[in-house]
Design a protein around this ligand. Structure first.
Ligand SMILES: *[C@@H]1O[C@H](CO)[C@@H](O)[C@H](O)[C@H]1NC(C)=O
Ligand SMILES: *[C@@H]1O[C@H](CO)[C@@H](O)[C@H](O)[C@H]1NC(C)=O
Ligand SMILES: *[C@@H]1O[C@H](CO)[C@@H](O)[C@H](O)[C@H]1NC(C)=O
Length: 492
């Protein structure tokens, strides 16, 4: 009995507070990290977010989990947002800045929450959009680390572009990124809208420069959602920028968790039906097309893409969403948005499956019949594709996706980029040629597929967890945990 109490006390002293930004792409890797730490360590996790996000997470929490889910008071109606909007997934792009500004109202509640804990937590692991948590951590003598949910290369470019706004200081279309000579120049077309129109005095620049950036530099450690071996260039940037005092750990929690927790999403196609269809196709013969749950392409681009895919002669699975300008969650109208008779012809020839809404992406990418992935290059999709050895046809749409595509094309050489942004002028011929390059028998395609297989092995190695033989990802997380426990010993 006494023993038990002791253990509990110990546990209670070793609390880690985790706080992702209110976006699915951030919450998922944070939650995955929480589950992994729960399994592997004696750390007690408190997971913080706003009420609706916490309510959704409760459904994915295993019944025997010891993770505490805590919501901070937040009402979107009080922040120039529609009612019940607490996640970027339920907001149009034009309102994302409002959500970011609204999130600053969580400062005081977060501070109050930490102050009422019996003892200060060992560590606060916060999102890069919650850089201000570094001040709170400092007040309570708690270790502070950021967890960047994007890759190192993409984050480094994003970071440096916001820090220096080089696009404002030149009229050239191509320019170098300050403090990051290892990265090739970038082109204006590779700037997301908020960066493209940044002046230093606009809403985005103000929040980032005044509220977030000064505090990023106060963090004491940084977890990055990446694999060391594929993301060296970006990691060089962060290690130089933050110096030796700030450890940088490359960990991909969603890969460490064997039984992955997936968000409850209604699949637009039965998983088994999709796998049956793939089972019937020959090895490495199918193109998978998806722009993720948040992105879509323009109407004329959608028509060109359909023609391009049809004339490539390749089999495909395509996750279709209403074109740019329409509500992305409305019903897909094939008769309006695809070439006449396209869906019927593809079905008749058993050449393709159009999935409305959501597809079992990881299962498709893991299938041996899948050869290539035409993707918006969101980081989660990149990780899923590379860890399965599937080369990419890149069509980045927003955020740091442009730099993920750049990383894969220029550094990893497993990607051919065909467009930038939803309204990029891309022809059916360009699309068919890119598909042939990546999937066909030419030298370039062979080399890309071989490279993708090598990267798949790197991913596998990185999560190897045997005594005396641990991969980079496992070593990084072990080191992260040791650092937390050391900080505790030093404090007492
Ligand atoms: C919960 O139960 C599962 C299945 O029995 C087990 O693998 C896991 O370790 C348990 N988790 C905790 C935190 O006890
Ligand atoms: C949020 O605020 C609005 C307006 O003040 C109110 O009508 C609504 O009930 C509040 N929602 C919650 C969940 O408290
Ligand atoms: C499998 O392929 C055969 C021949 O191409 C076809 O007749 C059959 O309908 C296919 N089955 C499925 C599930 O697609």
């Amino acid at each position: 009995m006494a023993n038990n109490n002791n253990n509990n006390n110990n546990k209670n002293n070793k609390v880690v507070v985790m706080f992702p930004f209110m976006a699915q792409g951030h919450i998922i890797p944070f939650f995955s990290l929480a589950l992994y730490l729960e399994q592997k360590t004696k750390l007690k996790i408190i997971f913080i977010n706003t009420p609706l996000n916490i309510k959704n997470l409760k459904q994915s929490l295993p019944p025997n989990s010891t993770i505490t889910l805590t919501s901070l008071p937040f009402n979107s109606s009080h922040h120039n947002l529609p009612a019940d909007s607490e996640n970027t997934d339920s907001l149009p792009y034009s309102l994302i800045l409002n959500l970011l500004k609204a999130s600053l109202s969580l400062k005081q509640p977060f501070h109050d929450f930490i102050s009422q804990l019996p003892t200060p937590p060992l560590c606060i692991v916060a999102d890069m959009f919650f850089g201000w948590t570094a001040d709170v951590a400092q007040q309570f003598g708690t270790l502070h680390t950021l967890f960047l949910t994007c890759g190192a290369y993409g984050s480094a470019l994003y970071f440096s572009l916001w820090l220096h706004l080089p696009q404002c200081h030149t009229s050239d279309d191509e320019f170098a990124v300050p403090e990051f000579p290892e990265a090739a120049k970038i082109h204006r077309s590779q700037l997301a809208n908020n960066l493209k129109y940044a002046t230093g005095d606009d809403g985005w620049s103000k929040v980032i420069h005044e509220e977030l950036m000064p505090l990023w530099m106060k963090t004491q450690g940084m977890l990055i959602n990446t694999v060391e071996e594929i993301d060296q260039t970006g990691l060089v940037y962060f290690r130089r920028k933050f110096g030796d005092q700030v450890p940088i750990w490359s960990v991909v929690p969603t890969m460490l968790n064997k039984e992955q927790q997936r968000p409850n999403k209604k699949s637009g196609i039965d998983v088994n039906k999709c796998i049956d269809w793939l089972n019937n196709k020959s090895t490495s013969s199918v193109l998978f097309v998806s722009f993720g749950s948040q992105n879509t392409i323009g109407s004329s681009q959608m028509i060109e893409l359909a023609h391009g895919i049809e004339s490539s002669g390749r089999d495909f699975i395509w996750v279709v969403r209403p074109p740019f300008g329409f509500d992305i969650n409305q019903e897909f109208r094939s008769q309006d948005w695809l070439p006449r008779g396209f869906e019927e012809r593809m079905a008749e020839q058993n050449r393709g499956v159009l999935v409305h809404n959501w597809a079992p992406q990881l299962e498709i990418l893991s299938h041996k019949s899948t050869c290539a992935f035409l993707s918006h290059c969101g980081w989660n999709s990149v990780l899923e594709s590379l860890s399965r050895g599937v080369p990419i046809i890149g069509w980045p749409m927003a955020g740091e996706q442009f730099y993920n595509s750049k990383l894969m094309e220029e550094e990893l050489v497993v990607c051919v980029e065909i467009g930038r942004g939803p309204n990029w002028d891309v022809s059916r011929g360009d699309i068919a040629r890119a598909i042939e390059t990546v999937m066909g028998g030419g030298e370039k395609g062979e080399a890309m597929r071989k490279k993708a297989c090598e990267i798949k092995e790197m991913f596998k190695e990185s999560i190897r967890d045997e005594d005396g033989c641990k991969g980079s990802c496992v070593r990084a997380i072990d080191d992260f945990v040791d650092t937390l426990l050391d900080s505790k010993n030093k404090a007492t």
